[in-house]
Design a protein around this ligand. Structure first.
Ligand code: CTP
Ligand SMILES: C[C@](O)(CO)[C@H](O)COP(=O)(O)O
Length: 237
């Protein structure tokens, strides 16, 4: 019997409302460097040859996608839920309905991390494709870490030596990540925490601070500067 080649699917949860961004609209549709944020995100994933297909998971009420990303080749599912974890679970079910199976890898990547670079995705795949668990892009914490109370007063300085800031993509086999998210529910703020709750240890793969999540109003201008700089041709070439 011949075994099927390993497949890598990207799943982009894009059903959030972007409340913290203050944009007054879902932030994934805010234009940055000439395109909606979501278009940059999908383009970065499409530039990774090992990714078989990308699935974008929208809110059932989304009426912006087709006009914002005309001609987009990604699969689309209006299967988003009230939490990011529910949206990802809806996307996993959609992947199954399109033929994906337990052993396929799924790279879950936030629509809001629009500065993703294909080489970071390749580094993640290289590090995890032979791993029994999977892993995630992350960045060692470089600042001194404080715990604070509701009044904004420091309550403790936290040892940062073993702390990493989790990013996306987060890459796990479909069967494992689905079981993990079903068990943890909406409390899972990322896929890795759900997998950890099963007693497993995902691989941390260092990426870049530039792979930040556009979250606050000021993040749009920073993303604009970085994306614009990245698209300026190198005068030396
Ligand atoms: N119910 C949800 C909530 C979030 N997301 C997605 O998960 C990613 C990370 O979430 P976050 O940055 O928190 O986005 P929002 O939930 O839109 O932002 P906010 O929490 O400020 O409302 C985003 O791409 C967002 O669209 C989703 O698909 N479904
Ligand atoms: C998945 C994530 O981006 C990893 O840092 C993060 O947990 C998403 O959190 P949010 O509160 O949904 O933005």
């Amino acid at each position: 019997m011949t075994s099927r080649p390993t497949r890598f699917f990207a799943l982009v949860p894009a059903a959030g409302i972007g409340e913290r961004s203050g944009a007054g609209m879902p932030k994934q549709y805010v234009f940055i460097a000439g395109q909606p944020m979501l278009a940059h995100t999908v383009a970065a994933l499409a530039a990774v040859p090992r990714i078989t297909q990308t699935l974008v998971v929208l809110s059932p009420a989304d009426d912006r996608f087709e006009a914002a990303l005309p001609g987009c080749k990604a699969w689309v599912a209006r299967a988003g839920g009230a939490s990011r974890a529910e949206t990802v679970l809806g996307g996993l079910a959609e992947l199954r309905s399109r033929g994906a199976t337990d052993g396929d890898w799924v790279l879950v990547h936030d629509a809001a991390r629009c500065l993703l670079r294909p080489e970071w995705v390749d580094a993640l795949i290289d590090a995890c494709a032979d791993d029994a668990v999977g892993g995630l892009l992350a960045q060692p914490v470089a600042d001194t870490l404080k715990a604070g109370d509701a009044q904004g007063r420091v309550t403790a300085t936290v040892d940062r030596r073993d702390k990493w800031a989790a990013q996306t993509p987060q890459m796990f086999r479909l069967g494992l990540v689905e079981r993990a998210l079903q068990a943890m529910g909406a409390a899972a703020t990322d896929e890795a925490s759900a997998v950890e709750a099963l007693g497993l240890a995902p691989q941390l793969v260092r990426a870049s601070m530039a792979n930040f999540k556009v979250t606050w109003p000021e993040d749009f201008a920073l993303a604009e500067r970085l994306l614009t700089a990245a698209s300026v041709p190198d005068p030396a070439r």
